[in-house]
Write a protein that binds this ligand. Structure first.
Ligand code: SF4
Length: 730
């Protein structure tokens, strides 16, 4: 056992570099089956000494820095609540240990029975953006060849799908940041829309420092988030629009750029297509009208556009988007509007300028490239493309007819659970949909309606608690593999410690099940073997990894895709041409639509039993990651942020008779949540904010709607109408 390794953080897409070392004193291994209850209080009580010391390691993205999630990440390895052997739910609803042989036998029987009674598409797979590239690749192959189903999608649909669709539309290629993160250091101006990196990935902030000190950091957020507050000392700007109006705001900025002569005419002529239609589409978005739509003063709009244009002429300008503007029913169009603005200013592909989107999950970039999406095959290929299907059939050694067609995007997959033509038997890998998916009450009901649910996890998460069978899997420090960070840079994950004896890797599980199900292709439990196949599968695709191997990554070489064999990779995309056939980027005119997200069912004419609804936005806190399934179990994090709190403006609170720290009820037609109120002038008076890391009565996603963007399938997380009133949930 090595017990020392250079690796990367298990959490977000910044993938901060860290070194894991064995400390002098070790604590006992967890007891099988002990305290599997995912309670914050339990996490505080347990607080084991970590098996490994974590230190930040110098790397271009984090430069030795880690956030508090990274510092404490090793404490989950020997957490007393960890699942360390397969658990089978009995008729009494209690999970009890079973052998691996028994677990695999039960799963094989359930899959065969489901396929025989309902067809192969009654088996579904829900993957995750935190899975390694190897797991994501093999999961897509496992679903399509071992299970024979088209029904696979993953939680990146909740995260990156709108920006990815916009990138494909405009550039013909989707890589979150098409340039190294360190390029931001020398920027004069950075416009950041809908991202709170100061809390979600704090080491990122050092890359904003230069623009911030030059007065060029501009943040768009309905809240004065930590990132928005960071602008103030440097003379930057904070634009605070009404939730759901980001698209109108971006159209207004494009209007100003065009009408004040700030556009880069030479760049538009040489490198883009569709300019004239774009000009027409923003004609009616003059600043004063946009002010009335968004609440952002016309003067601030003009100032923002001028600073961006000025920055592009001096040190460089960047436009960055995050989930705040993308998690909407018009998220693809909103990200497209941001790209249109960037193209008008001549930013994408230019020296010291650019557009990018900030991927969130640890392998949110790689997770969307290797085939766990409903509509994709490895190499970022379309599953409907005959050439792509023929290529993958050759790699897998199967007839092309054995590869199913497109499946259902994540929200539709979850809506289908238990339905007559839907999924009856579901595998969940690396996701906690009972907390993280929109309309969580409906999702939980769907999980309970399944005939068989298998969840692979480290803990009895809220989703695992619903499972018929829970399979314990390795954590990041116990496995080898690769991930692709928010820059499109492929990184090595290295094993520092052996997993507990009863724990298996997901590659091992897929391989054993594929054998039991007589899959028509070979599977492997060895990560490097899987990566070698992934390389070949990706060759010639948009996300080409064919020139990357473990040895070069182990030598510390930078590997940005596309990296065809014989090349040196592509740190900066689009310098000469974009990925469309004619080499040009495309302006796509977009306009705001009437929101598909409806008011609460009970509302008539804007009022309801509890008065006028408010707009709920959801988001993250510094201490917690995604559904909180991991970070709620870290004692130091749980102690710092033990519960959800509703951020509400003092004026709105006063109108409801709510004082700071009071319990409040937040409700709509989908559910009711209860937590304490936190009064703050950092939020708009008609808007409230709730973090989505918490389960049950504090679960923000009990209130969000499963309406989706028609292009990307992205749910509407950032716009829900709710009633807020004093008192705990009834
Ligand atoms: Fe980990 Fe992200 Fe924190 Fe870095 S910023 S330590 S990658 S959670």
């Amino acid at each position: 056992m090595t017990k020392s390794a250079d690796t990367h953080c298990p959490y977000c897409a910044l993938q901060c570099a860290m070194t894991l070392k064995s400390p002098a004193a070790l604590t006992p291994a967890p007891q099988p089956g002990s305290d599997p209850v995912p309670a914050t209080a339990a996490a505080v009580r347990e607080a084991p000494v970590a098996l490994l010391d974590v230190t930040g390691r110098d790397f271009p993205t984090n430069r030795g820095g880690l956030c508090r999630k990274g510092w404490t990440s090793a404490s989950l390895l020997n957490h007393a609540g960890r699942v360390t052997e397969p658990l089978l739910k009995g008729a009494d609803g209690v999970h009890r240990p079973v052998s691996w042989d028994k677990a695999l036998e039960l799963i094989t029987a359930a899959v065969k029975d489901t396929r025989a009674r309902y067809g192969a598409d009654a088996v579904g797979v829900f993957g995750g953006g935190g899975l390694t590239n190897e797991k994501a690749y093999q999961l897509g192959k496992f679903a399509r060849l071992a299970l024979g189903t088209s029904r696979i999608d993953y939680n990146g649909r909740f995260c990156m799908s709108s920006a990815a669709a916009a990138g494909m539309r405009a550039f013909g290629l989707d890589r979150g940041l098409p340039f190294p993160l360190a390029d931001l250091d020398s920027a004069s101006t950075i416009l950041m829309l809908g991202s709170n990196v100061a809390e979600t990935m704090p080491p990122f902030v050092q890359h904003l420092q230069g623009a911030r000190d030059a007065g060029g950091l501009i943040v768009v957020d309905p809240r004065r988030s930590a990132t928005a507050a960071f602008t103030s000392d440097g003379g930057g700007l904070h634009l605070q629009p009404l939730p759901g109006t980001d698209l109108a705001l971006l159209l207004g900025l494009s209007h100003v750029v065009i009408h004040e002569g700030l556009a880069d005419a030479g760049y538009i002529e040489a490198r883009t297509a569709g300019y004239d239609a774009l000009v027409r589409s923003v004609a009616s978005y003059w600043p004063e009208r946009v002010q009335s739509l968004t609440g952002v003063p016309a003067g601030l709009l003009r100032d923002t556009a001028r600073r961006l244009a000025d920055g592009a002429r001096r040190g460089g300008s960047y436009i960055l988007t995050g989930r705040g503007v993308e998690q909407h029913v018009d998220g693809t169009d909103t990200a497209t509007a941001a790209i249109n603005l960037a193209l008008l200013l001549g930013l994408p592909g230019s020296a010291r300028s650019g557009y990018g989107t900030l991927t969130g999950q640890g392998n949110g970039q790689g997770g969307r490239e290797h085939g766990q999406k409903a509509d994709q095959l490895p190499g970022y290929r379309k599953i409907t493309d005959p050439a792509a299907r023929a290529h993958m059939a050759a790699i897998w050694g199967v007839p092309e007819s054995l590869i199913p067609g497109p499946g259902l995007p994540a929200v539709q997959l979850l809506k289908s659970l238990g339905q007559s033509d839907g999924v009856r038997c579901l595998f969940v890998h690396g996701a906690n949909v009972a907390v993280s998916a929109p309309d969580a009450n409906a999702v939980i009901a769907g999980l309970r309606s399944l005939e068989f649910l298998v969840v692979c996890d480290f803990f009895l998460s809220e989703t695992a608690a619903e499972a018929d069978l829970v399979l314990p899997v390795t954590q990041w420090a116990e496995e080898e593999g690769t991930l692709t960070n928010l820059e499109g840079r492929v990184l090595r994950r290295r094993r520092a410690i052996a997993p507990p004896p009863g724990v298996r890797s997901e590659l091992w599980i897929m391989t054993r099940l594929a054998e039991a199900l007589d899959a028509p292709s070979t599977f492997s439990e060895d990560p490097e073997t899987v990566f070698e196949e992934l390389r070949r599968a990706s060759e010639g695709g948009l996300a080409d990894y064919s020139g990357i191997d473990y040895a070069m990554l182990d030598r510390g070489e930078a590997a940005y895709w596309p990296y065809p064999a014989g090349s040196t990779g592509t740190p900066r995309l689009f310098r000469e041409s974009f990925a469309h056939a004619d080499g040009r980027a495309v302006f796509t005119p977009v306009t705001p639509r009437r929101r598909a997200s409806s008011p609460p069912a009970e509302v008539a004419d804007g009022a309801g039993p509890f008065g006028t609804p408010m707009t709920l936005i959801t988001g993250r806190l510094m201490e917690h990651y995604q559904s909180g399934a991991q970070t709620r179990r870290v004692a130091a994090l749980a102690a710092a942020q033990p519960e959800a709190r509703l951020q509400i403006h003092p004026a709105a609170a006063a109108a409801q008779g709510i004082a700071a720290g009071d319990f409040v009820s937040i409700s709509n037609g989908r559910g009711e949540v209860s937590c304490r109120a936190e009064l703050s002038t950092d939020i708009r008076p008609e808007t409230v904010f709730l973090p989505f890391h918490f389960p049950e009565l504090e679960s923000a996603n009990r209130l969000t709607e499963a309406a989706t963007d028609p292009i990307s399938g992205m749910p509407e997380f950032k716009f829900s109408q709710v009633w807020v009133r004093a008192g705990a949930a009834s």
